[in-house]
Design a protein around this ligand. Sequence first.
Ligand SMILES: [Zn+2]
Ligand SMILES: [Zn+2]
Length: 370
Amino acid sequence: MDAKAAVVWPGRRTWAVESVELDPPRQGEVLVRVEAAGLCHSDAHLASGGYAGLRRPMVGGHEGAGVVEAVGPGVTLVEEGDHVVFAFMPACGVCTDCAGGRQHLCELGAGVAEGFAIADGTARRRARGAELGSFCFVGSFATRTVVHERSVVRFEPSLPMESVCLLGCAGVTGWGAAVNTAAVRTGDTAVIVGVGGIGAMALLGARYAGAAQVWAVDPVPGKRAAAIELGADGTAASMAELLPELRDETRGRLADQVVLCMGSGDSSAMADAMALLGKQGRAVVVNVHGDTEHEVRMSLRDMQSYEKQLVGCLAGSWSPREGLRTLLDLYGRGRIPLDRLVTARYPLDRIQDGFADQAAGKNVRGVVLP
Ligand SMILES: [Zn+2]
Ligand SMILES: [Zn+2]
């Protein structure tokens, strides 16, 4: 069947919105009509030439929600008509990582390089005579997509698509980064750096986990205002600017957690992040970094003496399925002001404008409504 999708082609740095040939769902797969898809910085990174090891052409989008239009043989988790949100790691459940409780690090993750179907490693999409991958096995920048049933989680039809779609990446990743990876506890002081979709969810997660103080850092005034609206105690334009104020507000104890949620990470900022940490403080790298960034400068003396930690985070360090169910439940009960994170909507044809607005710092989260 025909679908329209936003594709990244080899050597191109823009999204080509075009007609693609989409196969019907095979064993264990579902056809989803995409109703909303979030614009994440990881997609921007893909389009700007990042993730050099990933296949091009690739259909972008790993955050989204829609309606199941058809199911392939053997599908048991969802049925036609279900409203579903995409999980960007279709954890297999039986590999060493899944069996060890690390479903977000499932061995299937190796397949994202090609972005072909996890069931048989072959393409489900073609255009201009080429086989297309789908980003994170999802490819939500499209009117329709075919994914494995493990890539979707059902939700109540009463919940709005454009808000729920954010849970797939921003929600699971940001909230999980604060609550699981950074392990914010009651009374902690947490600093969130970068107030996009992931940073906003990290802020909300830290608050929900009981942090006594949550600080937000962002160079864009509108993002700092959004952080205050979402419950931050205070903001700063840079980590260096925050340091003296944080020292005052914590009587010199500084932060227990610094969660780095910038659009694209900057290794030269790592020293500032580590300087914000107090004893046994933990800095969490959530944002993507350039493929060629290999060097970091920071005070290792400081790190050793105060037992500071620097750790990475993928998908919020929890099973995307567990994360989605948890966050869908909280959102359904009115505990997460998710709707306020959606700050602009674009038709699929104008996806380029959405990413331009993202780069200009205009959005907490922009959403494509295909
Ligand atoms: Zn697995
Ligand atoms: Zn993402």
